[in-house]
Design a protein around this ligand. Sequence first.
Ligand SMILES: Cc1ncc(COP(=O)(O)O)c(C=O)c1O
Length: 357
Amino acid sequence: MKVRPSVAAMQPYVPGELRPGAVKLASNENPFGPSPLAVETLRRDASSVHLYPDQHAHRLREKLARIYSVDPDQILVGNGSDELMAMLAGTYLQHGGTTVTAANTFSTYEFATLLYGGHIRTVPLLDGRFDLEATLGAVDDATDIVFICNPNNPTGTYVTHGELESFLSRVPDRVLVVVDEAYAEFATAADFPRSVELLHQFGHLVVLRTFSKIYGLAGLRVGYALGPAGVIRDVGRVKLPFNVSLLAQAAAASALDDNEFLARAVRNNNEGREYLESEMKRLGLRCYPSQANFICMDTGLDASALFRRIMELGVTIRPLTSFGLPASIRVTIGTPEQNRLFVKCLETALAEQRSGG
Ligand SMILES: Cc1ncc(COP(=O)(O)O)c(C=O)c1O
């Protein structure tokens, strides 16, 4: 048997590393756990799992459609937004086609591209932000898809509504622009893109969202794409019939009603972000201004060694070596207590490493 060469060359995804007993601030999950309304629904619906799920996730799509004031035909639900990235590449990437994205961003864009035999072209970040002008310059006749991560994982930076709108107006219509907004619910900047509004203006835009982050449902695997009905119909052609489980659909629909849980998560995130940013300043570490539920800091040291030591001290974070930033680490904003513990561990590890220990 012969493995396709593009598959043989693929590198496995590097997940956040775990250590039993350590506080996990490595994968940008919700520190308060899952939405309680979602958990209630999971308990209630557990006795129905002998049934196949609704293959078109009607109830969830209708609920999302009402929230975003779009037609249900403009929404596709995936087994996490990861699956939707692969489906988008499977639908639009031509044989040997190219996707364009940033050099330091979420790795699944590259995975999806290589999976379908495409080439990835990366553009350096500018001050930790997606550089949309340079991205536009990298788009050529071979480009089928552009992936923009907003806010960007791992830097937490964002492109503004005006910047995104101007970019979309200049990218040729035959190129699909995918804006991955996995962390958008945490963004508080007044000029953060109102990307669903842009769907009315642009026929080559798809927005990805997920239930994995603010709703605390990463283990259930539910994400969704919002886009023009024609695009959603075409991507739906590559969907496996029962891609999102019955429990995942039901829990996600319930989580959408959990406004109290969401408000608490946002409040905690804002306070934690402010606390961590000021502590990083005190420790002399440069960090990018974040609009997400994590903070990326440049330590000027070997991030992998720092990560190991912080993990020994009781907190797992993310060294950004696999993101192409070998001196940077990323920490998820946790509860106040978790944040304080992280700062304590970081301070100890930094002192040791700086003194060559
Ligand atoms: C930018 C970004 N997009 C998407 C995802 C994955 O989302 P999902 O769990 O919905 O597949 C992540 C997860 O870390 C992410 O950081």
